[in-house]
Unconditional design. Structure first.
Length: 555
């Protein structure tokens, strides 16, 4: 039984792999085998709850096996990449585990991606099948998939009976035979655990994303380490509304819950969906972006939704102290998380003092995580307390992108540390060591040679009583090269602040004048990705177009 070849993989050095196995972090089994182990331990426990219903662990394993058997019968081979464009649903979870059980590889793209990205990702990963969400309200992904000729097998979630392609619901609903299960077991025994299991994508906002290979042992360990950090148990119910097939959802939601025997509550980030759902099922843990959390605070259903939550984890953006304090005042214990699809996670300890949980993203979650803070573009460590580029190596951090030798030489140090591009300082807060985000190495505005750290100014802007959220971006300037433009969303019931008022506020904080925004744009809300990150590329393009139009420059 042969595997479809993959692009060039930079594997873990043998001595590191041995160390991770010796420490008990990596186990020699596939992800579906790890799920079955949980299912064997607690078959009747709830594994998944969606607005349409729930499944026990035994039911989830059975349906994933059914999907896998159907995919093999349809001609899918071990190692075949399957490109995913789905939203959160039980069928999507059965498909995800079923693809892995069939020995194939999920390629985790966005339902929002279109031809430019999908064609390039499909070609780069050599995807042969395309799983799409057939019932999106404003875009026909089934028709779109027909335009991508390189992927010959169409799979669907949410399609009407009799529609084109192979419906995951039909595969999940039939029982695999003993002979089919034997074939799946043979595929599993032949699986190369050193080959990619899942192909994730880099989170860049420009260009076609780079492909990130995640392996069976390290990816499941990533989720298990998260579950151990938060002390998750089979009695926990994790509320999740981010896309579950992408890294934040897979590691923090899917694998964290299912490695601990907990229930994953899966829905959308709409308040009308999420808040009643959390209240109905007494969610004990939730992960949100600060923007979502701030919006939910004003909803009258907030208190009921978070009544049983023992830990709210905020991630994907800086956490303003007023937001943290308000959540705590409302009785919601709040922590922070910082992570990357390439690997490393930093979490604030659950029992840390409020100043640590509010003012930092914590520390690495694995005892074998390694972190260095380097001067950007070098391998020179920065002094303690000084900001440097966060660089990581460890048991769930990749050693290279697929098929990107030139990019890998830039993105990794000579001894295998991933360069994250994030500026971080290691400080002591309330007597505890912790890492504090200071911005991005590329999120700097070059104002005539003076560098403005955008995140520093943003955190000050959102401390203004009228400002709900803010983003500082570069706008082109013929004399200085770049100037700073602030995009600001105003708190409900507040008058939008003027530019002179914001500059006076920054002056009162003692911030250098060159860091003050020189233009203000009011917006209803900042544009964000579906995991909550601000689309600064969109904002830069918007202000550049406005400046060009005002100066009479045409494209």
């Amino acid at each position: 039984m042969t595997m479809t070849p993959t692009p060039e993989l930079v594997g873990y050095p043998a001595e590191f792999a041995r160390a991770y196995r010796a420490a008990g972090l990596w186990l020699d089994r596939t992800i579906p085998a790890a799920l079955r182990q949980t299912g064997d331990a607690c078959p009747d426990a709830t594994a998944l709850i969606t607005p349409a219903g729930g499944w026990s662990y035994a039911e989830l394993v059975r349906r994933a096996d059914n999907v896998a058997a159907g995919l093999v019968a349809a001609g899918l081979r071990p190692g075949d990449p399957v490109l995913l464009q789905v939203t959160n649903s039980a069928a999507a979870i059965a498909a995800y585990y079923g693809i892995l059980r069939a020995g194939a590889r999920p390629v985790c793209t966005l339902a929002l991606h279109r031809r430019h990205e999908i064609a390039a990702i499909g070609n780069q990963t050599r995807a042969v099948a395309h799983l799409v969400q057939a019932d999106l309200p404003r875009f026909d992904l089934v028709a779109f998939a027909a335009e991508i000729p390189t992927m010959t097998t169409l799979l669907t979630v949410g399609a009407a009976a009799g529609s084109a392609g192979i419906r995951i619901e039909d595969l999940a609903g039939r029982d695999a035979t003993g002979a089919e299960l034997a074939v799946l077991d043979a595929i599993e025994r032949a699986t190369d655990l050193e080959a990619p299991a899942v192909l994730q994508l880099s989170g860049g906002t420009t260009g076609v994303p780079k492909v990130i290979p995640r392996l069976h042992a390290e990816y499941w360990y990533n989720g298990a380490a998260i579950a151990a950090w938060w002390s998750l148990t089979p009695g926990d119910r994790l509320a999740f509304c981010l896309p579950v097939v992408h890294n934040a959802g897979t590691a923090n939601g899917l694998f964290a819950a299912h490695s601990a025997g907990a229930a994953l509550l899966l829905t959308t980030p709409r308040a009308d969906d999420l808040l009643p759902f959390m209240a109905e099922h007494a969610a004990t843990w939730a992960l949100l972006s600060p923007g979502l959390a701030a919006g939910f605070l004003a909803d009258p259903r907030f208190d009921a939704a978070f009544a049983a939550v023992r830990n709210l984890v905020l991630s994907a953006a800086a956490v303003p102290r007023p937001l943290f304090d308000e959540l705590e005042r409302r009785g919601v214990h709040t922590t922070q998380a910082f992570g990357m699809t390439e690997g490393l996670f930093l979490f604030t300890p659950d029992d840390a003092p409020a100043d640590v949980r509010a003012g930092s993203v914590g520390v690495p979650i694995s005892p074998l995580d390694e972190v260095r803070l380097l001067e950007p573009g070098t391998e020179t460590p920065v002094p303690d307390g000084e900001p440097g580029e966060l660089c990581a190596r460890g048991p769930y951090t990749i050693r290279g992108y697929l098929g990107e030798p030139e990019r890998n030489r830039e993105a990794f140090t000579s001894d295998g540390f991933y360069r994250s591009g994030d500026l971080v300082a290691r400080l002591e807060i309330a007597g505890q060591p912790a890492y504090v985000l200071k911005g991005r190495t590329k999120d700097l505005i070059n104002r005539g040679g003076e560098k403005i750290n955008a995140e520093e100014v943003e955190m000050l802007l959102v401390s203004h009583p009228a400002v709900l959220e803010a983003a500082l971006v570069a706008m082109p300037d013929p004399r200085l090269g770049e100037r700073a433009c602030a995009f600001v969303a105003t708190r409900p019931g507040q008058r939008p602040p003027t530019l002179p008022e914001l500059r006076a506020y920054l002056e009162a904080t003692g911030v250098a004048t060159y860091k003050w925004p020189e233009r203000l744009e009011h917006v209803a809300a900042l544009p964000r990705t579906n995991i909550g990150k601000v689309l600064k590329g969109d904002l830069r393009a918007s202000i550049a177009a406005a400046v060009a139009a005002e100066s009479g420059v045409t494209a």
